[in-house]
Design a protein around this ligand. Structure first.
Ligand SMILES: Nc1ncnc2c1ncn2[C@@H]1O[C@H](COP(=O)(O)OP(=O)(O)OP(=O)(O)O)[C@@H](O)[C@H]1O
Length: 622
């Protein structure tokens, strides 16, 4: 089993690589686009509307600027010949200044709306991801693919949906700009606009193609990047620093970390080299086409067919059209790319959740639990880790599971607490199939301390009362649970129950392993459950604490079903029934005395452990 959960952001590396993405059909892309727009709209209708309106209005400004600029230039040229008054020139200047002011006003409102819309979107999407995560089964978290999707979705929440929205709006804006500026340029000759437009296309196609390549590269690297992050987190972890220093495996970790980096670097270099070469070719082609258009315009100028103002429309128009066409095409490819990222989010949101409230609601106490021929196989694995497991435990009884590492004890607990469903056989609660009932309603009757129990970087009170968050202020209940768990040390903490614990946040007090375990026990006792499950409840406790814990456990166990997993036979022997698991099957069961009398595997292991305490190394008696 893994080490206790320490709240680190990166879970241990899992070997399954991310499968290649399936290509999206146009219909799927269309569906994702609609879903994204709906998302943007629901995040903040007011800001979405303001953003779209100001962007579209702003898109008509370049043509208006060109037109006023042309008239101004022509007027200046005519003024030289005394044909235009100063007043008329001032009128044109006023129009130009007016346009500048309007542009800056629209830009300011647009920026503000975009920023607020982005923030609302980030909140909405994060919330959806977190909501989804709460409905995923525990199994889903043990699957590398799901975990990758969760990470990818979370990483992209800030930028991608807003990216689609802004690009779509700029696309519409680009059509407005191109139409209006294009109409002005067409007056200079029908070939001008097509040549200028054509000059912008190759560069955009190339940036589009390499954008998609870049996305594919990142996606291919997801799994390795996670491993690399994990390696980095080992070197920066507060809880692991002692072990890392002592064993001195920093160079090994750094070396592996760097090997991953070098792999990414090689891929990036190839991509950058290819993109640069193609970009250079595209800009040569573009310069050639602009050169041809300019030569044609100059021929008309030489023939006296166009004014200075017309020529300014051509020169400034080129830049405008190129920027707009490139905006238009990158907008299309940007939407395409952002939708690829959005697919990660949707793929995560579409993962089948397990409705923990589905099924009949369990009411009342659990009086008996029966495993009937239960088998279990973890997803994506090839062998059953439990086979033909049969046992019954009744109210007031305690059952201990023993067995060597990997025998399947924790798996029995995961099934009993309905975190997983058996792949064969049945679990009966009060004689009824547990599968009929909503897991959440059954789980309300259970309380547990896992081997890898949580150490919550919150207050001591939170650490206890999280077991029933509706009773966070039940001081008497918390005190009772703390007393049962022998966690009286909390009273000597500077802020008592309200002392923040852990090292992660300012002012937090770090506890010892045994103190954390006692708090986890208090959490277990805080919930008034009919089934108490102890998975290695005394592993981190000293001998006296173990004794006290067992005494408390016996007192709390009255009138309940108790299930204990422990490698300590001093704990196990007190159970009414002991079940010996070997390779996923029950090989012996009975009371301690019965099993000792049988002189089978249990007796062997018991004596092996007891011999460790005997002064002469001989077998101890029970
Ligand atoms: N998430 C998982 N996916 C696949 N196999 C798993 C998973 N968790 C456990 N196993 C496998 O199931 C078997 C039983 O594991 P389990 O954790 O139930 O053993 P255990 O008896 O509790 O061991 P320990 O005493 O070491 O805690 C082991 O072979 C283990 O490798």
């Amino acid at each position: 089993m893994s080490a206790p959960f320490r709240g680190g952001p990166v879970s241990p590396a899992r070997p399954t690589p991310t499968p290649p993405e399936p290509p999206l059909t146009p219909a799927e892309r269309w569906r994702d686009l609609q879903a994204t727009l709906r998302l943007v709209w629901t995040a903040s209708p007011r800001h979405a509307l303001t953003f779209a309106a100001t962007s579209l209005l702003g898109s008509a400004l370049p043509a208006a600027n060109l037109l006023v600029g042309k008239h101004l230039l022509d007027a200046v040229a005519q003024a030289a010949q005394g044909q235009v008054t100063y007043r008329a020139l001032l009128g044109l200047l006023a129009a130009q200044v007016g346009l500048v002011i309007l542009g800056s006003l629209l830009g300011t409102v647009q920026n503000a709306a975009q920023q607020l819309l982005g923030d609302s979107l980030q909140h909405t999407v994060s919330r959806r991801i977190l909501d989804k995560a709460t409905t995923l089964s525990v199994e889903a978290f043990e699957n590398a693919d799901t975990y990758d999707r969760l990470q990818q979705a979370y990483r992209e929440v800030g930028s991608r949906p807003l990216g689609v929205a802004t690009q779509l709006v700029s696309l519409a804006g680009a059509v407005v700009t191109l139409g209006s500026v294009g109409a002005l340029m067409t007056q200079l000759g029908v070939w001008v606009l097509p040549l200028v437009v054509l000059a912008s296309v190759p560069g955009v196609i190339i940036s589009n193609r390499f954008g998609v390549e870049g996305y594919r590269m990142l996606r291919r690297q997801t799994h390795d990047a996670r491993v690399q992050n994990y390696l980095g987190s080992l070197l920066t972890s507060d809880t692991l620093v002692k072990e890392v220093r002592l064993f001195g495996f920093e160079p090994y970790l750094l070396d592996r970390w760097r090997t991953y980096y070098l792999g990414f670097r090689t891929q990036l270099e190839t991509l950058v080299r290819q993109r640069s070469a193609w970009n250079f070719g595209a800009s040569l082609l573009s310069a050639l086409l602009i050169g041809v258009a300019s030569a044609l315009i100059l021929r008309r100028a030489a023939a006296g067919q166009i004014s200075v103002g017309d020529f300014s429309v051509f020169v400034l128009g080129i830049a405008q059209v190129q920027a707009t066409v490139s905006g238009l095409l990158t907008g299309v490819s940007g939407i395409y790319q952002n939708l690829l990222y959005m697919r990660n989010l949707y793929a995560f949101l579409e993962l089948p959740g397990r409705d923990l409230d589905a099924g009949d609601t369990w009411e009342g106490r659990i009086e008996t639990i029966e495993f009937r021929d239960v088998a279990f196989r973890y997803p994506l694995t090839e062998r059953d880790v439990l086979r033909g497991v049969n046992f019954t435990v009744r109210r007031g009884e305690s059952l201990a599971l023993v067995g060597e590492n990997g025998a399947g004890k924790t798996t029995v607990v995961k099934l009993l607490t309905l975190l997983f469903q058996p792949t064969g056989g049945q679990i009966l609660l009060n004689g009824q199939d547990a599968a009929r009932f909503s897991p959440r309603s059954v789980q309300r009757e259970m309380s547990i301390i896992f081997q890898d129990f949580g150490q919550y970087q919150m207050t001591a009170r939170d650490n206890v009362a999280l077991a029933e968050s509706g009773r966070l202020n039940d001081d008497a209940g918390v005190q009772r649970a703390v007393a049962s768990a022998g966690a009286g040390f909390v009273d000597s903490l500077p802020g008592g129950l309200d002392t923040p614990l852990g090292r992660l946040f300012q002012g937090g007090r770090q506890l010892s392993g045994g103190q954390w375990q006692r708090l986890a026990l208090a959490r277990l006792y805080f919930r008034n459950a009919s089934v108490l499950v102890f998975d290695e409840p005394t592993a981190a406790l000293d001998a006296r604490a173990e004794f006290e814990t067992i005494q408390a456990l016996r007192a709390e166990a009255a009138g309940r079903i108790t299930l204990i997993i422990s490698h300590r036979f001093s704990t196990v022997r007190l159970a009414d029934t002991i079940v010996m698991l070997e390779g996923g099957q029950i090989t012996e069961s009975g009371s301690h005395d019965a099993l000792m009398a049988r002189r089978g595997r249990y007796a062997q292991l018991y004596e092996l452990q007891a011999s460790g305490y005997a002064p002469s190394g001989g077998a101890g008696s029970h």
